[in-house]
Design a protein around this ligand. Structure first.
Ligand SMILES: [Cu+2]
Length: 164
């Protein structure tokens, strides 16, 4: 019982710290706090936050998650459209241009949860995400296949107003 309570407090502290850092940097921040939709009832207790901000001509994107199964890898990506009750409502993966590998053109936020079921996935991409071209971050059941980009069933979806 005590261990669970400590974990909750630490998790809340981590989540609260990030907006302050982003604001201190005086840059645009796109917030997504969720999840917006949970596609699998086993993940009903999951909590997410997404932050995205411009840096060095590109974009930093960070996904923070609490309440997932412990010590497990998950795939996560920026998707094209907002979440819906249909898992496919979030559309395909956001892609920048048509050249290069999927890892170079898409925004992957894979992470592995710690012993408390918390995880952070982050990346830096060298471009800006235009308003209206990306609407959500989806957490999948499996790590991303680096060849196909597939990551299994869509479990948790969070709306993020990228570029707006
Ligand atoms: Cu995805």
């Amino acid at each position: 019982m005590t261990r669970l309570m400590i974990g909750a407090v630490i998790g809340a502290g981590v989540l609260a710290a990030v907006p302050a850092i982003a604001i201190a940097g005086n840059v645009l921040v796109d917030h997504g706090r969720g999840p917006t939709v949970v596609h699998d009832v086993a993940y009903a207790g999951v909590r997410t936050q997404v932050h995205s901000w411009a840096r060095d001509g590109g974009t930093d994107v960070r996904l923070m998650v609490r309440g997932l199964p412990a010590n497990r890898p998950f795939g996560a990506h920026v998707h094209v459209t907002p979440c819906g009750t249909d898992p496919l409502a979030s559309g395909g993966h956001y892609q920048h241009g048509t050249t290069g590998t999927l890892a170079e053109r898409e925004v992957w936020l894979d992470f592995t949860t710690d012993e408390e079921g918390n995880g952070v996935g982050s990346t830096h991409i060298s471009w800006l995400i235009a308003a209206g071209t990306a609407g959500s971050v989806v957490i999948h059941a499996n790590p991303t296949n680096t060849t196909t980009g597939a990551a299994g069933p869509r479990q948790v979806c969070t709306n993020v107003p990228f570029g707006e």
